[in-house]
Design a protein around this ligand. Structure first.
Ligand code: ADP
Ligand code: MG
Ligand code: MG
Length: 500
């Protein structure tokens, strides 16, 4: 286990000592100790509930499950029971959500900060470079986004040694699982209720989670700011999406609660083929005026297999549709910007309130660029204490352990500028605990660790902030032996929290 990793945000400042926070008593109970008969009953109920309540994903085994709804469904991978989580950490993560919302907004307006921070990265990372090109085009056009909508998710792990809640990353594009995560909280609460006499856990300790409703509300409010009753909300999707029910939940709630708001579902290729820009900047796709373009695609290079997809992205950006996210919001969520903001005196450029700055900074783990030769040297000597991250989203892109050393040495040997594609981050080691993970109808006893995501919704029209809220949470739990383990990749499951 690591003991003396520097926590500094930059080598230019001296390394402060590790801070520690008091830890509460350990887990409430051990799910591995459950009576096998009881376990079977709870698991059976969990599977029935998930299926009936729409806690579902497309089944990988079924060919059409990523394109046709209602075909090849399987319950979402879940943890059978909620994960004990310290209440003070939960409150801390909720409290900073509106501050991070504001921070993203401020950073997005600093056009030069985004371009300059990513200038070295641009030279070696073709994908980020193209995003920056779109951003630069908007600069040239002097494009202003008056109405700005953010649907973010800030992710955290609790470092076991220090008991500090540390941010893993902040997602500003395609923050997933807002549609399903509230269903997991509901499921866990009802299981605790139903099996009360056996489990002796209080259902009220699973916090309220209205993530799907709050995302729907934010989309409706943005639509309403656009102020054209005939316009639609357009969700931009991948051609195949096994996580479609997560998205359909948000749009089903949008329809049910706000019957006036119509929506359409389009891929980037379809938008390129069916989209046009009117002289006044109105975006029309398939004959519909688009009020809001909500991206659940476009965050990965594979989302742009041809020039069509890039021209669709540019078309949307040039239009006066509200983009969630705008190109500037997208770039503000890159790992490189996270690392730049962690440098001394950077937060002060964007936030005024000293308490807010302190609260945000408290969540920052050690973050460094690879120009910092002393950190690179340390990472070569102790690679297990670091994670190397490129400017990518969606999981499966980071480098861990001995591969960190190999990658760094390779780059040193080549002497290229390839290092600018990456940042280095302190590796966080959360406590592990026993849990029961449900996948494809089978329960697995595993040793796990968890990552808490807190959703944030932000809507503003010029100087008027219409929404700035913490909007529910997502716990993801993975087997402790896995470095990354996305939910889709089959290592992690959806979870909720039990406050202790
Ligand atoms: P992505 O945008 O691809 O989700 P993340 O920064 O969230 O990138 O990294 C993916 C996963 O890698 C996280 O969900 C977490 O499990 C693991 N991870 C990322 N950073 C760290 C870290 N500093 N310490 C430990 N694990 C990490
Ligand atoms: Mg991400
Ligand atoms: Mg992530």
């Amino acid at each position: 286990k690591p003991s003396n990793l520097p926590m500094a945000q930059s080598s230019s400042s001296p390394l402060p000592p590790l801070k520690f926070e008091a830890k509460p008593a350990s887990p409430v109970f051990d799910p591995h100790g459950l009576d096998p008969n009881l376990l079977q009953k709870i698991a059976y109920d969990a599977l029935v509930c998930s299926s009936l309540r729409g806690l579902l994903v497309g089944d990988r085994a079924s060919q059409k499950s990523g394109t046709v709804p209602g075909v090849g469904l399987v319950h979402a991978p879940i943890s059978l029971l909620p994960m004990p989580f310290q209440e003070s950490h939960y409150k801390q993560a909720c409290e900073v959500a509106p501050i991070f919302n504001e921070l993203v907004d401020r950073v997005s307006l600093d056009l030069n900060f985004l371009q300059e921070s990513l200038a070295r990265t641009k030279k070696v990372d073709a994908f980020t470079s193209r995003l920056l090109d779109i951003h630069a085009k908007m600069l040239d056009m002097n494009k202003k986004e008056d109405i700005r909508l953010g649907l973010h998710r800030s992710d955290y792990m609790v470092d076991e040694n220090t008991n500090l809640l540390l941010q893993i990353e902040l997602n500003t594009i395609s923050s997933s699982f807002a549609g399903l995560s509230c269903l997991v909280s509901d499921l866990h609460r009802s299981l605790l209720h139903r099996f009360k006499q056996y489990l002796a856990l209080d259902p009220k300790r699973v916090p309220e989670n209205a993530s799907a409703n709050q995302f729907a509300e934010a989309l409706q409010k943005a639509w309403s700011e656009y102020n054209n009753p005939r316009a639609v909300v357009m969700i931009v999707v991948q051609t195949e999406e096994r996580n479609m029910y997560d998205q359909h939940w948000i749009f089903t709630l949008l329809k049910e609660k706000y019957p006036l708001v119509r929506s359409i579902r389009k891929t980037l290729a379809e938008i390129d083929a069916q989209g046009e820009l009117l002289a006044d900047g109105t975006l029309v796709v398939d004959g519909e005026v688009v009020a809001v373009a909500y991206f659940r695609a476009g965050y990965a290079p594979t989302d742009y297999p041809s020039e069509s997809e890039w021209s669709a992205r540019l078309l949307i950006e040039q239009s006066c549709a509200i983009k969630c996210p705008s190109i500037a919001y997208h770039l503000a969520g890159t790992k490189k910007i996270q690392q730049e903001l962690a440098k001394p005196n950077q937060l002060e450029r964007f936030l005024e309130n000293k308490d807010d700055i302190a609260k945000v900074r408290k969540c920052f783990a050690g973050l460094w660029n690879l120009e910092d030769s002393s950190i690179v040297q340390d990472a070569i000597e102790r690679p297990g204490l670091y994670v190397m991250k490129p400017q990518r989203e969606g999981g499966g892109n980071n480098i861990y352990g001995d591969d960190v050393r190999l990658a760094l040495q390779e780059m040193q040997k080549k002497g290229t500028e390839e290092d600018a594609a990456y940042i280095l981050m302190q590796r966080i080691f959360p406590a592990t605990s026993p849990a029961i993970l449900m996948r494809e109808g089978i329960s697995h006893k595993e040793q796990v660790l968890s990552e808490l995501g807190v959703y944030g919704t932000y809507l503003r029209n010029k100087e008027r902030v219409i929404m700035n809220n913490q909007s529910g949470y997502l716990m993801r739990t993975k087997v402790s032996s896995s470095n990354e383990g996305g939910v889709a990749a089959g290592f992690a499951v959806l979870d909720s929290i039990y406050l202790v």
